[in-house]
Design a protein around this ligand. Sequence first.
Ligand SMILES: Nc1ncnc2c1ncn2[C@@H]1O[C@H](COP(=O)(O)OP(=O)(O)O)[C@@H](O)[C@H]1O
Ligand SMILES: [Mg+2]
Length: 222
Amino acid sequence: MNIIELDDVWKIYKMGEVEVPALRGLSLKVKPGEFLAVMGPSGSGKSTAMNMIGCLDIPTKGKVLLEGQNISSLNERELSRIRGRKIGFVFQSHNLYPTLNALENVQLPMRIHELREEDIWDRSEELLELVGLSERGHHYPSQLSGGQSQRVAIARALSTDPSLILADEPTGNLDTEAGKEILDIFSNLNARGVTVVMITHDEKIAARANQIVRMVDGKLAA
Ligand SMILES: Nc1ncnc2c1ncn2[C@@H]1O[C@H](COP(=O)(O)OP(=O)(O)O)[C@@H](O)[C@H]1O
Ligand SMILES: [Mg+2]
């Protein structure tokens, strides 16, 4: 079974009278364990596609299946449940809470899911170690570099043990070296069986994935 399947997906944003077609018949299949890079010019619908895959929004038309389940028919509560259980998000900006230290940022999703306090501490320490930041747990975002903050954001995305990581230009704000460290983390996760879908502008970064698709005008390039 595919972990992700998009079948002739359309997304039309309505801006008052104006209709903006962001996706125009996008079809895509992703197998479990894949590391997929999504490329394409700005405005080609990459982020919109990721929002559909990530259950942040539903299509205007067409089918989005996650592990075989059609998400188009689900309500907000059900969508949020799937997001929380299956999907880890990493965005271009890390979106860490400035008033929480690195450990507390990683712990937050687990607190929302009401995991056991002991497990929350064990897992958050384990995850910071995984991203190479075990020494930085008590640092606040303002005390971390951009690359370190992004690594905390990845640890946070992993805290609920997702089977799928969705990353929208995760290295977009980083220098080459910091970007490479982020990619190494994604590669390691992928080697452990996590499916990774990463949007990027950068051919060199995309080359680290095991499959590349290109979008143009809301669908895959021919
Ligand atoms: N919330 C929105 N409301 C209206 N138009 C949008 C919205 N989000 C994206 N768009 C439009 O949809 C198209 C695709 O955008 P997007 O998916 O962000 O592309 P990309 O990530 O490839 O740059 C663009 O024309 C964009 O302006
Ligand atoms: Mg985008």
